[in-house]
Design a protein around this ligand. Structure first.
Ligand SMILES: Nc1ncnc2c1ncn2[C@@H]1O[C@H](COP(=O)(O)OP(=O)(O)OP(=O)(O)O)[C@@H](O)[C@H]1O
Length: 280
């Protein structure tokens, strides 16, 4: 197996100074070149797991292995794309994308040629000399994806990368990400609140239970022979995930709302975009 997440356990110190288990014995095996999404209620530990894979957070127990080798620290083989693009405002698009390569001592000409190629892939060729404040939110996020891809990572770790974008922009970026994935064969580990996004993009959706975060169900998104997911399959898979999550969200609301809890009489609604952001 390519990326092995093996027995990951993680606690943080909670408000009452006691350790709170956030991730409990997480085991996931991911094939090279696959696209895996994680969905789950807010606070179930999705981002924490992503940061542990990135080497930005340490697990209390368990290991992350890539091609059999244990990884503990950040490395160029794993690059994170965050919800906010986090670009350097004083650098142009091209300079933002070449930044990591120059730090790696790649000659400037070579770095720029590479960055221009990647910027073409995310359809930003006409904006290489623009500054971040001159770009829309979707364009900034494309720069952020280009900045990650230019490092040629083996694994792209995406933490709700499109959740701050409007629906139309999000749809365009979905298409671009699918094209990039097919072209580069990069392995993608994608955290999202948006069930439809997870179903549309990934081959496998891992549904997390919460408090502590555990794997509740692993759903392989059914596709036709040519890798296409039909609308009816998408809808059916979304509904299946929603049904699994409903129980988890109910658990969270009960804990948080106490006496005001009225979930049973006020059923969970998925909005037209499939986003459950405010609910989960
Ligand atoms: N550095 C930290 N110190 C203390 N507690 C933390 C820390 N990081 C995360 N937590 C807690 O761990 C739990 C899981 O957080 P995490 O961000 O991984 O969840 P999530 O599933 O990604 O949530 P969301 O979907 O809302 O982003 C939360 O209760 C959070 O408050």
């Amino acid at each position: 197996m390519y990326l092995s997440i093996d027995g990951i356990q993680k606690s943080f110190i909670g408000e009452n100074k006691q350790p709170v288990t956030v991730l409990d014995n997480i085991n996931i095996e991911i094939d090279k070149g696959s696209f895996v999404s994680i969905v789950g209620p807010s606070g179930c530990g999705k981002s924490t797991l992503l940061y542990i894979i990135a080497g930005l957070e340490k697990a209390d127990q368990g290991s992350i292995r890539i091609s059999g080798k244990v990884v503990k620290n950040p490395g160029p083989d794993r690059v994170v794309v965050f919800q906010e693009a986090g670009l350097f405002p004083w650098l142009t698009v091209l300079e933002n994308v070449t930044y990591g390569l120059l730090i790696k001592k790649i000659p400037k000409k070579k770095a720029e040629a590479k960055a221009i190629d990647i910027l073409k892939m995310v359809h930003l060729s006409n904006y290489i000399n623009s500054y971040p404040h001159q770009l829309s939110g979707g364009m900034k996020q494309r720069v952020s994806i280009a900045r990650a891809l230019v490092m040629e990572p083996d694994i792209l770790l995406m933490d709700e990368p499109f959740s701050a974008l409007d629906e139309q922009t999000r749809m365009v970026l979905h298409k671009e990400l699918m094209d990039i994935w097919k072209k580069t064969k990069v392995t993608i580990f994608f955290v999202t609140h948006n069930i439809r996004e997870a179903v549309l993009l990934s081959e496998t959706v891992i549904v997390f239970a919460t408090r502590p975060g555990k794997i509740k169900e692993v759903i392989v998104v059914p596709t036709t022979g040519d890798g296409i997911t039909t609308d009816s399959v998408t809808l059916h898979t979304e509904q299946r995930i929603l049904a699994i999550l409903e129980e988890e969200i109910e658990k969270v609301l009960k804990e948080e709302m106490g006496d005001d809890y009225s979930f049973k009489t006020n059923h969970l609604h998925r909005n037209d975009s499939g986003d459950l952001g405010s609910h989960i």
